[in-house]
Design a protein. Sequence first.
Length: 183
Amino acid sequence: MTVAERTLRRGSLLIVLLAASVAWTSCDLASAGNTAILNANSPVAPTVQHRFEYKGEDVLDGEVAVESKIQSDDLDAILSRNGFSRSDVVDARIDSVKIINPESAPSLRDADVFLGTDAEGPRVAQVTSFPDGASFVVDTSTPVLEAVRNDEARTLYGRFGLESAGDGAVQATVYYRLEVEGV
């Protein structure tokens, strides 16, 4: 094999490798876009803690319905700390919800939790028993983009079945998965 033939073969191989690497890089860049995912593994995770407080007189036939109060940073603060705002959110889902029934509160039988101020919002958790006082509910199929963008994710609405009446509180931690653009 002459020097010219070897150079031609190496050149052809080099061109094929170069074309393949350009094509691979283009596909990678096209799929990445200019979005980022914020989830529980993010430096400032989109996790919001809520507290539902109720009085014994609010309990009717072992049931109580109440709006939550945020006990941590809200989504606006979390997005801001990550360099984004609600208008940057292009997809929003709930990864999971942890519902905690404090030992000092009446025991929970069941729970339905909705995003927003009433049961018309997206249901983010439904729990039918509380064997150990806490329950994780994983629900990645519930899209909540409109609620997040329209600022309806500021509060939760909960309906709780109680074993007994009395003053009490329920805690809920909501783990969001947000896709934001503008990276």
